[in-house]
Design a protein around this ligand. Structure first.
Ligand code: ADP
Ligand code: 5GP
Length: 202
């Protein structure tokens, strides 16, 4: 069986990454699953250990780093985040594609280590809509929203390695577009690989 691919989904805070991924997995449960990252930030109300993140102290994060457990890590908003190799493997073992809902520095680092990883950047229909979504989610203070907003344009300059840009206006359209990308990427193959399978030679 062909192994699943690593699909990175990035985009500004509040664009709908979580919503799109949840909807995609609920509609197509066999297609893909997300990993659970490690973070040093505190859980937000309603967030659950092992479901939304593994919440760890700085010291615990350092130990995981020293043990080589991370595919990638990043420092952001004074907190640290990291994707564990074990999480990626857990999803691949289920025969599914792996969705990493991570920011762009992490995405670029994943692409360096896993060249056939697929980088998707989710865009809001407009910056105004983005602010409205953050406010309506109600999980950040006004100050946090202001900080995150001021970073949007600057952050976009880091999106150069991204290959797909999907606008999350109508949720179901965005979900179908991500599904199409994953399906098409799954059909890609390598010339040498195919030659070996069909003709038994390199
Ligand atoms: P992110 O994970 O990118 O930070 P969320 O998935 O938490 O963003 O979405 C932020 C807010 O925007 C949530 O309140 C969510 O319900 C809303 N939202 C997400 N996608 C859409 C959409 N296509 N149309 C309208 N609202 C949306
Ligand atoms: P939040 O604190 O809102 O959950 O996440 C803040 C940012 O960190 C988001 O852009 C999110 O995608 C990103 N993020 C979450 N986990 C990881 C991770 O393991 N690695 C990287 N590089 N970014 C992450």
């Amino acid at each position: 069986m062909k192994r699943g691919k690593v699909i990175v989904i990035s985009g500004p805070s509040g664009v709908g990454k979580g919503t799109v991924c949840r909807e995609l997995m609920s509609k197509y449960p066999d297609l893909a699953a997300t990993t659970v990252s490690v973070t040093t930030r505190a859980p937000r109300p309603g967030e659950i250990e092992g479901v939304h993140y593994y919440y760890r102290t700085n010291e615990e994060f350092d130990s995981l780093l020293a043990e080589g457990k991370f595919l990638e890590t990043v420092d952001k908003f004074t907190h640290r985040y990291g994707t564990l190799f074990s999480e990626v493997e857990r999803v691949l073992q289920m025969g599914k594609n792996v969705i990493l809902e991570i920011e762009m520095i992490g995405g670029a680092n994943v692409k360096k280590r896993i060249p056939d990883a697929v980088l998707i950047y989710l865009l809001p229909p407009s910056l105004k809509v983005l602010t409205d979504r953050l406010v309506s989610r109600g999980s950040e203070t006004e100050e946090q929203i202001r900080v995150r907003q001021s970073q949007v344009e600057k952050e976009f300059d880091q999106a150069e390695p991204y290959e797909y840009f999907v606008v999350n206006d109508d949720l179901s359209v965005a979900v179908e577009n991500v599904k199409t990308i994953i399906d098409a990427e799954g059909l890609k193959d390598d010339f040498r690989n195919v030659k070996k399978i069909y003709f038994g030679r390199d």
